[in-house]
Design a protein around this ligand. Structure first.
Ligand code: ADP
Ligand code: 5GP
Length: 204
């Protein structure tokens, strides 16, 4: 992935912290951002649609994609595969479109390895009790799955030190506002604006 004009933005955080909710808010404020629809072998939850929330595929199909090197990254999470299509992301970035990925911590580490310029943002809950309440309120997972997700959440939050930014999802409006500020600041990085400097001082 050598020529990249769009910004690659990675959002991670434990299941139930509010990533999908914050992303909806973000995308309504920044309609130019392309949200990458991942591939997964997990069963669709009530209300989820194929091609919208995820591309739902069989384990066999997912393993074919791994073997064919079609994924930018993938990981196994609570018994299911999740992965990002390389082709679509590459096309969008080359067109200058900013791309947002909602992926877990192992996948985010692989993205940073392959694309060091990617902006990594970690979303944390105000407390572990509030995370538990949100997982129960979402009412999509069995109690046993929620317990596994809470245990995993503690491990994942330890990985947040490897991220560029940490945002607390206390209220959706405040969290998405902070992410919009991060994206605005990233766009202003001098290293990303050399063309503007050159237009003033000319090529040296
Ligand atoms: P994730 O995508 O991280 O798994 P969701 O976006 O599905 O999480 O959110 C999990 C639950 O928490 C949902 O019921 C959602 O409405 C709720 N939620 C999300 N953000 C907040 C917030 N800031 N305050 C209170 N509830 C929230
Ligand atoms: P959920 O089952 O709650 O939708 O997602 C479980 C976890 O998988 C979340 O942490 C989410 O960020 C992550 N995830 C979703 N898509 C991808 C992906 O393409 N790659 C990786 N590595 N993780 C993903």
């Amino acid at each position: 992935m050598s020529v990249k004009k769009g910004e690659l933005i990675v959002l991670s955080g434990p299941s139930g912290v509010g990533k999908s909710t914050v992303i909806s808010e973000l995308l309504s404020a920044r309609r130019d951002i392309y949200f990458s629809v991942s591939f997964t072998t997990r069963e669709p939850r009530t209300g989820e649609a194929d091609g919208v929330n995820y591309n739902f595929v069989t384990r066999e199909e997912f393993e074919r994609m791994i073997a064919a090197d079609e994924l930018l990254e993938y990981a196994e999470y609570v018994g299911n595969y999740y992965g990002t299509s390389l082709k679509v992301i590459r096309e969008k970035l080359e067109q200058g479109v900013d791309v947002l990925l909602d992926i877990e911590v192992q996948g985010a580490a692989k993205v940073k390895e392959r694309c060091p310029e990617a902006v990594l943002i970690f979303l944390i809950p105000p407390s572990i009790e509030e995370l538990s309440r949100r997982l129960h309120r979402r009412n999509t997972d069995a109690e046993e799955v929620i317990e596994r997700r809470l245990e995993k959440a503690r491990q994942e939050c330890r990985e947040s030190v490897h991220y560029d930014y940490l945002v607390v999802n206390d209220t959706v409006v405040a969290a998405s506002g902070e992410i919009l500020s991060i994206l605005a600041a990233e766009r202003c990085r001098a290293a990303k604006r050399l063309h503007l400097t050159k237009s003033i001082v000319g090529e040296q």
